[in-house]
Unconditional design. Structure first.
Length: 111
């Protein structure tokens, strides 16, 4: 369940290069836009590897992903970490960090 004012953000990625990166999506409408923007890639591999909870309000998940950028055909592999904040049983924020954000930006480049 998502809180009505949930925030969702992929950090450290240039939003001018990666359509779903570096900006904060807010609310359920923002989430809908995030998933629309995410159509710019195709997931070739997505695997959560480690889960860690701190109390009932924080969840950390790490894993690996490999994506193909639809526009360029280039691929990029990354390790990722997500931080989920939960209040009253609803997700209020989601923050994602990548090990190879510059590789993702390069995969979007037409050079």
């Amino acid at each position: 369940m998502l809180d009505d004012s949930v925030t969702w953000q992929l950090h450290d990625v240039d939003p001018k290069v990666v359509p779903f990166g570096g900006r904060q999506y807010v609310g359920k409408e923002g989430m809908a836009q995030y998933f629309e923007d995410l159509k710019a890639i195709q997931a070739l591999k997505f695997e959560a590897k480690t889960y860690y909870g701190k109390g009932d309000s924080l969840v950390y998940v790490s894993g690996v992903v490999e994506v193909k950028v639809t526009k360029t055909g280039k691929t990029c592999a990354n390790e990722w970490l997500t931080v989920w904040r939960v209040e009253q049983g609803k997700v209020v924020s989601f923050d994602e960090y990548l090990s190879n954000w510059s590789g993702l930006e390069a995969a979007f480049s037409c050079d």
